[in-house]
Structure formats: C-alpha cells, structure tokens
Design a protein around this ligand. Structure first.
Ligand code: ZN
Length: 296
C-alpha cells in the first residue's frame, strides 16, 4: 500500500503493508502538482517493481480539500493561498498507479494515526488538534474521521476577545480574529515578534495562547465528548503551554461535567501526540486500508 502525507512544503511518501509496517519512505518537495505527483508516482512505481503492486493509496493532505467521496471534485484542493495547488486533484495526479485511493485532511490523517497506534489506541472517540501554521481539529470515532458535508473547520471558531488585553487584529484572511487568526504560529509572530518557544513558562504570551486554545478544547468536549484530546503541532512545544491549557480548560468546564476523565489536572486527558512526525503518514496508511476495504 502507498501512503502520502501531503504538506505545503513536502510530501512524505511511505510504502508498506500496514500502518505499523512501513518498508520504505521518502520526502519529495511540494513544488507544482505536475512535478510533485510525477515524483510520488515514480517512487511508488519503483517500490512496486521490487515488492509487489500497490493495492491501495491513502492521502492525508493540507487543505482545504474536498473529502466527500460522492462529490465530482473528490480529492481536489479547494481555495488555497498556495500557488499552483488550488484545483489540484490527487485522484488525477496519482491515476498512473491504478489503485483505489482515499483522501482526507492532514489533521484527520494524524488523528487516525494516533487513534490506530498512538495516544488514542485503546479508545473509541478521540479528538486531534494541530496548532502550527494553521489550526485544525478532527474527531475520530472507531477509527473513522467524522465529517458532515465537508471536513470540520474548528480552527475558525471565535474565542472571546478582550481587545484591551490583546489588541492584535488577527490575520485570518477570511475572518480576521478567529482562533487561527489570533493563535496560529504566524499570528504569534505577528503579535509578539517571536515564536512562543522563545518565552519562558508562565509568560503572558503563553498564557494568552492557552486561553484561546482552551475554547477549542471546550468546544470539542461539548460537541463530541472525546475520551482524549491530543494537541500536536509546533506551537504546542512551547514551555508550559500544555499545562496552562489544561488549567484553563478545567476552569471553563467548571463542575458542569462529572466524567472521571475530567477530574484532576487533565494530564491524562489533554496530551501530546505519541507518534510525533510519523502520525500523518501512519494515518495515511490507515486510509489506504480503508480504500482497499471499500474496493473489495
Ligand atoms: Zn478564520
């Protein structure tokens, strides 16, 4: 099977037999769709010639992307600021491999990976959040990413704003000061002139970030009651951020919800990913399994 984690700067491609059995992998720079798809197809064709044919393909891609399998544009990148990629379609681009394909977002892909063999492996309903260049969240139930007419867009909720404490205007091109507009990596640099990892634990920059993210954690809990929330992405590595996020989320919940998981300091409930950089491609391999199952 073939797995691709398609990112804005690189495609991580892996071939293997299962999410925890990867036999070969490579990284390809994300340039133009024509060039990048051709390089990915040639990697997988070469692996197939040595190990046997590609039975299915899973793609976990940057978005926004059409993930509705009944849509005429399934697998197409939608409106994106990334040059050349709006309208690019994975089904067309990877058609030379002649294998069934399943496409989902990079966030859902990482969530599926964590649900399968990572921090959520014994649980039925998990939420996965990434906080980096953008903010995204996915909910995985029984191994399957949840969606409606499209994938969830929880990075664009509107957390309460105290504009005296934080006058930063926000940088989401669509909403200004939505969560992604005020709490993504680029927003942090826009406001503070530095990234969060440059500040010590307890600094107001870290506390403000935790405040904004706690509203996403609360929204996920109220809407989906996940058994765990995994927070990944580069911003989450800032010192003390995870602990402060737990404290602020706990304060927002108050004593309204009585579940055992929400007692204590939430250190087993709001957690870092187990799989690190491998989560996306692991999830993409699980998507390939689903594509294969659907085709049979
Ligand atoms: Zn927005």
């Amino acid at each position: 099977m073939a797995a691709i984690e398609a990112g804005g700067t690189k495609f991580v491609c892996a071939a293997g037999y299962a999410p925890d059995q990867i036999i070969e992998n490579t990284k390809i720079p994300t340039t133009t769709p024509r060039e990048t798809f051709a390089q990915a197809a040639s990697f997988f064709s070469r692996v197939a010639s040595e190990h046997g044919e590609i039975a299915a393909i899973g793609v976990a891609s940057f978005g926004p992307i059409d993930v509705d399998q009944n849509s005429a544009t399934y697998g197409s990148i939608l409106k994106t600021p990334k040059p050349h990629w709006a309208g690019a379609n994975f089904l067309n681009g990877l058609a030379p491999l002649k294998a069934p394909i399943m496409v989902d977002t990079d966030v859902n892909g990482a969530g599926i990976g964590e649900a399968r063999i990572g921090a959520g492996k014994t649980l039925r309903t998990i939420a996965y959040v990434t906080v980096g260049t953008g903010i995204g969240a996915g909910v995985i139930k029984d191994g399957v990413p949840q969606s409606g007419f499209g994938h969830y867009e929880l990075g664009h909720i509107r957390p309460p704003r105290d504009k005296n404490a934080d006058p930063y205007e926000g940088r989401c091109p669509f909403h200004g000061d939505c969560l992604e507009g005020v709490a993504s990596g680029p927003a942090i640099i826009g406001r503070w002139g530095a990234s969060l990892s440059d500040f010590p634990a307890g600094h107001e920059a870290i506390n403000l970030e935790a405040e904004y993210l706690s509203h996403l954690a609360l929204t996920l809990i109220l809407g989906h009651m996940p058994e765990i929330i995994i927070f990944g992405g580069g911003v989450m590595k800032a010192p003390g951020l995870m602990d402060e996020l737990r404290r602020k989320t706990k304060a927002l919940i108050g004593d309204y919800l009585q579940d055992q998981r929400l007692k204590g300091d939430l250190s087993d409930y709001i957690v870092a990913p187990d799989l690190g950089d491998l989560a996306g491609v692991t999830g993409a391999m699980a998507l390939a399994e689903m594509a294969l199952a659907n085709a049979q």
